[in-house]
Design a protein around this ligand. Structure first.
Ligand SMILES: [Zn+2]
Length: 412
């Protein structure tokens, strides 16, 4: 399994200048390569591949762009490789969601500042990374994963620099420590409602700072273009966005780690996040929680701990089905309590979460997925049934989890 650990860097002023040069070189190489491709296409020729571009660039580098030698050779090389991927995606034309467009030129100040370093070009020593040309750069923490180091990418967000180190980690199949299963209903009012009767609250960093963000943006656009004050105002806007993203990321990581640690099976619904983001009414709230990222993180954290993540079909009516008698009825979003003719009354989200768990258990049982590990042997399955009963009524140990500041609250 390929994992990446992103670590904050503390470069000196000289090292920061080098980072700017290296990211600039990467951007230049990308744009140069794209220009060659466009030229070839305009003259009805076959577009060169990225390896051809690399050869062409290396042939003229010394005479035409000698300044490229001031930074690591990985920087322009990886940029051309990125261009190759972008073009391949465009020509393949098949990706989930929106169509892939033709690559654009990268503009300074708008494109992400980033450059790659291959694994033979850097070394790690505790809190320090040794990079080509500039030597030791301080990191905020040592690398957490052990395994084969595949490469690193140095990037900038607002005024902070980071290094993302990719590590190939050996996947060891472990049995999950817990036998508790949970269904999780995702919603905008309550981000996560668990079938165990607990909910998770999420911060809404974007909503909280919309006013301040608008003010900062107004200030930016009143400043004269190209002025030092405009640059300062732009940095202020970037810093605010970074803080919003950090609050969101912090919560997502804590929430997904807690879920992956505590439940051996987690059932969630297959939300159409891309579709929700296209809706003017939902987009902001959906992106403020980060449902897409939540699912992405669960997908690797749950199996890594020996658990199983079940994504229930998008068309399964989890909110509209009665948990007791399985009758399906219409449930407008305004109805927060599920009231069934059979006499079943329950919080809407809790009813949905329990349905999701039920549906997931049914599918896993039917397909006999081996990934569930602890479920396969008989005694454990019996214990599993017991915990199933536990989920419905008696309080579980959801509160007071150490090493995590996420709180779980009772439903409704
Ligand atoms: Zn019913």
């Amino acid at each position: 399994m390929l994992l990446a650990h992103k670590i904050r860097l503390f470069p000196t002023a000289e090292q920061e200048t080098y980072f700017h040069k290296a990211t600039g070189t990467a951007r230049f190489a990308y744009n140069w390569g794209l220009a060659q491709v466009k030229k070839a296409l305009d003259t009805k020729n076959k577009a060169p591949g990225w390896l051809t571009l690399k050869k062409q660039l290396n042939a003229i580098k010394r005479t035409e762009f000698p300044w490229m030698y001031e930074v690591t050779k990985c920087s322009p090389e990886a940029a051309l490789s990125d261009l190759g991927t972008a073009l391949a995606n465009f020509w393949a034309g098949k990706r989930k969601g929106r169509k892939v467009g033709f690559p654009h030129f990268k503009k300074k100040g708008q494109a992400k500042d980033k450059f790659y370093v291959s694994n033979d070009q850097f070394a790690l020593l505790g809190h320090v990374i040794r990079l080509p040309h500039i030597g030791a750069v301080a990191m905020s923490e040592p690398l957490r994963f052990t395994g084969k180091i595949m490469g690193a990418a140095v990037s900038r967000t607002a005024h902070h620099w980071f290094v993302s180190i990719q590590v190939e980690v050996e996947h060891t199949s472990v049995a999950h420590k817990s036998h508790v299963r949970a269904g999780g209903d995702l919603g905008l009012k309550t981000p996560i409602t668990l079938s165990t009767g607990k909910t998770m609250d999420a911060p809404t960093p974007l909503k909280q700072s919309l006013k301040a963000l608008a003010r900062a943006n107004r200030r930016l656009h009143r400043r004269q273009k190209g002025s030092k004050n405009r640059r300062k105002a732009a940095q202020e806007v970037a810093r605010r966005h970074e803080r919003i993203a950090n609050i969101r990321k912090d919560w997502l990581h804590k929430a997904t780690t807690l879920l992956a640690r505590r439940y051996s099976l987690i059932a969630i619904e297959d939300l159409n996040v891309a579709g929700m983001l296209r809706s003017r009414r939902l987009a902001r709230a959906v992106s403020d929680i980060g449902f897409g990222e939540l699912r992405r993180q669960l997908a690797y954290k749950v199996p890594a701990r020996g658990g199983l993540l079940v994504v229930v079909d998008r068309f399964y009516p989890s909110s509209r089905t009665c948990r007791k008698c399985k009758r399906v009825k219409d449930m407008p979003l305004s109805e927060r309590i599920y009231v069934c003719d059979c006499g079943h009354v329950e919080c809407r989200d809790l009813n949905a979460a329990k349905n999701l768990l039920c549906e997931a258990t049914r599918t896993v049982g039917r397909t006999g997925t081996k990934a569930c590990g602890p479920f396969t042997s008989t005694p454990k399955r019996r214990r599993f049934g017991a915990s199933g009963r536990n989920e419905a009524g008696s309080p579980d140990s959801d509160t007071g989890h150490s090493n995590n500041s996420i709180n779980l609250y009772p439903v409704c």
